[in-house]
Design a protein around this ligand. Structure first.
Ligand code: GLA
Ligand code: ZN
Length: 663
């Protein structure tokens, strides 16, 4: 299999007599793929029911003539003006009840029957017409799904969705959401409104009925997923090739684990800002791989600067190449960009591209792209589809993400950052991690971390108990096990149903101002501190590993615990641990699990992918500074320089090596 190297191509923004020149240039960089037809609805259907595929036919022919593979999009991510004018219901209504008038993109109401009808009609035509194009490798549905709509059509569809979820029983809804609070009881389904700021949600985004809000988030994610599924099924009637849509890492709106089940392959768009830690990007790649536990496509990144971030810094020499191999190390089998040719107009004209405004191949960026293109072509073919095997799983869950955001009190939390607190520790120790869903088979992991597992259920509790009693090591922390799926608190003390396996009970949790940290005392010695929240832990069967320092009234309570449970161990951290504390805490856990850890060479990633014949060790300097490290596999071959590497590896800023280890 070839590694797709290319990206979004929008020739419709350019005179046709410039098109071939694009490819004369792009082929110098060994570009072999183009993603087309992402936003062309107004061209394909200039008036309702009048279709015109001439231009798209010519674009397809251009690519075929140049022997370029095609990722064919469906163009349903932006609406033509005739449609928003004639059928205002296709646009979204915002949280203040204001109907949008059209424009922008990725903003169709997912529950508009008219949008569904018109988009499906278009997709049917595209699928039928282009399913015989040999160069198509993938289908790309819509673009970066997300966002919410609160229109009447959505309200109607929501009530229907609720009836299914709650056995057609309004009492069940009232009970599940605790509607007696503030006189919110529903006496008819029609009284249920979407949670809006002109309704049940406060100006700062907090819902009164968090059960309602959680349900609405699930419903909107499902609604967009239905749009995806409808388009997918239409394409599938004509074509067997893989169908995807481009996801966005830790983006909040959609339950990507649920989405991935419906996608043939995961693809995603990676846009780290200049100050995004490399480890956070690594975590997002691992999450995207984790969605299907399979390699994925890097559908978009930018060769140089973006235009939409607050500060759009240039990428330093070799930084784009570094990001590309970082993606590959974590499971990407394609390297694709937004976009192949920089726009002259519109809001993205300052967004970089392979061919820049200078229209020259003699640019710093293009030369780096050329180098990368040549290197990708020379990689052994079994690197594609090779696997990442990890002993550690970190649970990521969109419902927890939403639930923690919806909760009013005890403190504002950043779910992604708190998951990253743990991920980073493994990353710095060069320990591969799988980002997993709560439904994953836990058995294959020696260690599972479930940060802020706010929402819990009886069945999940059972699976955790079974995993630990069978010898697994499980770590969780504050704000875990607090509520059920409808945001009802689990009574009897925190962490609710997890009390037994954790061997602890918590009655109270303190919330700390930003500038306050509580010292953590491990065996009379202060090692690091906790911030954000502090659970006042009462160990039951658990042993206490640390307690809080003397500056608080709850110094007698435990801050960190460890519970032997069957053949395994369950650890609980009652506070947001700083670097020193988390390091100390995990050292014990890693010893217990005998997971190989190496905290030398922070800033250099070492990640392994494996095929049936080879191991590929990616060694990546994610930093601009030079590094010298010991070679974990001396006398092996670097696939990028084709040289044997000795005992030491000298990495210049952003340098990368891929060592091939024959099995
Ligand atoms: C997103 C979109 C693209 C483009 C890029 C710019 O990922 O999918 O169409 O707007 O951002 O960074
Ligand atoms: Zn709507």
């Amino acid at each position: 299999m070839t590694i797709l190297y290319g990206g979004d191509y929008n020739p419709e923004q350019w005179p046709e007599d410039t098109w071939q020149d694009d490819w004369d240039k792009l082929k110098l960089a060994k570009v072999n793929s183009a993603t087309i037809n992402v936003f062309s609805w107004a061209l394909l259907e200039p008036r309702e029911g009048q279709f015109s595929f001439d231009k798209l036919d010519r674009i397809v022919k251009l690519l075929e003539d140049n022997n370029i593979k095609i990722v064919m999009a469906t163009s349903t991510g932006a609406l033509p003006n005739w449609m928003t004018r004639k059928y205002p219901e296709v646009t979204r209504v915002d949280t203040y009840g204001i109907r949008q008038i059209g424009g922008k993109r990725e903003n169709a109401c997912p529950n508009s029957p008219m949008f569904q009808h018109l988009s499906n009609e278009l997709v049917e035509k595209i699928a039928k017409r282009y399913s015989n194009v040999k160069n198509i490798t993938h289908w790309h549905i819509s673009n970066e799904y997300g966002g919410y709509c609160y229109c009447d059509n959505c309200a109607v569809a929501f009530r229907k969705w609720l009836k299914k979820e709650y056995n057609n029983d309004l009492n069940e809804v009232n009970t599940a959401w605790g509607t007696n609070v503030w006189s919110h009881t529903y006496n008819s389904w029609n009284e249920i409104n979407p949670p809006m700021k002109i309704g049940d949600v406060s100006e700062d985004g907090k819902p009164v009925l968090s059960g309602l809000d959680l349900a609405y988030r699930r419903f909107q994610s499902d609604s967009l997923l239905n749009n995806f599924k409808k388009e997918r099924d239409i394409i599938r009637k004509y074509d067997d090739r893989p169908i995807t849509t481009n996801l966005m890492g830790t983006q909040k709106d959609l339950d990507y684990f649920k989405w991935a089940k419906e996608m043939d392959i995961v693809s995603w768009d990676n846009y780290p800002a200049f100050d995004t830690p490399a480890g956070l990007t690594a975590m997002e790649h691992d999450l995207m791989r984790g969605l299907k536990q399979k390699p994925f496509m890097l559908m978009e990144q930018t060769p140089n600067q973006t235009n939409w971030q607050v500060i759009n810094r240039l990428k330093a020499p070799n930084q784009m190449r570094m990001y590309s191999y970082q993606a590959m190390a974590h499971g990407a089998d394609t390297i694709q960009f937004f976009q192949l040719k920089q726009a002259r107009n519109g809001s993205e004209k300052f967004h970089s591209a392979l061919i820049s405004h200078s229209n020259s191949t003699d640019t710093r960026t293009f030369k780096e792209l050329e180098q990368l293109g040549n290197e990708l072509q020379s990689l052994p073919t079994d690197i594609v589809d090779s696997t990442n095997n990890s002993e550690v799983g970190i649970i990521f869950d969109w419902n927890n993400y939403w639930g923690l955001e919806d909760a009013t009190g005890p403190i504002k939390q950043d779910y992604v950052q708190q998951v990253y607190d743990y991920y980073k520790e493994f990353y710095d120790r060069h320990i591969g991690v799988d980002m997993i869903s709560k439904e994953t088979d836990f058995k294959k992991y020696k260690l599972i971390i479930a940060p802020n597992m706010y929402i819990n259920s009886e069945s999940l509790t059972k699976r955790i108990e079974y995993y630990v009693s069978d010898g697994g090591v499980f770590v969780t922390n504050y704000m875990s096990g607090i509520v059920d799926k409808d945001d009802n608190v689990s009574l009897g003390g925190y962490p609710g149903l997890l009390r037994k396996v954790m061997g602890i009970k918590i009655d109270e949790t303190d919330a700390l101002p930003d500038d306050v940290q509580n010292q953590l005392i491990f065996k009379d010695k202060n090692i690091g501190s906790g911030s954000l929240l502090c659970d006042l832990i009462q160990p039951d069967t658990a042993t206490s590993l640390a307690h809080y320092g003397k500056n608080v009234f709850y110094t007698d309570y435990s801050a960190l615990t460890k519970n032997e449970f069957g053949k395994g161990t369950a650890y609980y951290a009652g506070s947001r641990l700083d670097k020193t504390a988390i390091n100390y805490f995990l050292t014990d856990i890693l010893q217990r699990t005998q997971i190989k850890s190496d905290s030398n060479n922070i800033g250099v990633e070492m990640i392994q992918r494996e095929s049936s014949n080879n191991k590929f060790e990616f060694i990546i300097n994610t930093d601009s500074k030079e590094k010298v490290i010991n070679n974990p596999y001396p006398q092996t071959n670097d696939l990028l320089t084709h040289q044997q590497i000795g005992e030491e590896i000298h990495l210049s800023g952003y340098d990368v090596l891929i060592l091939q280890i024959k099995k």
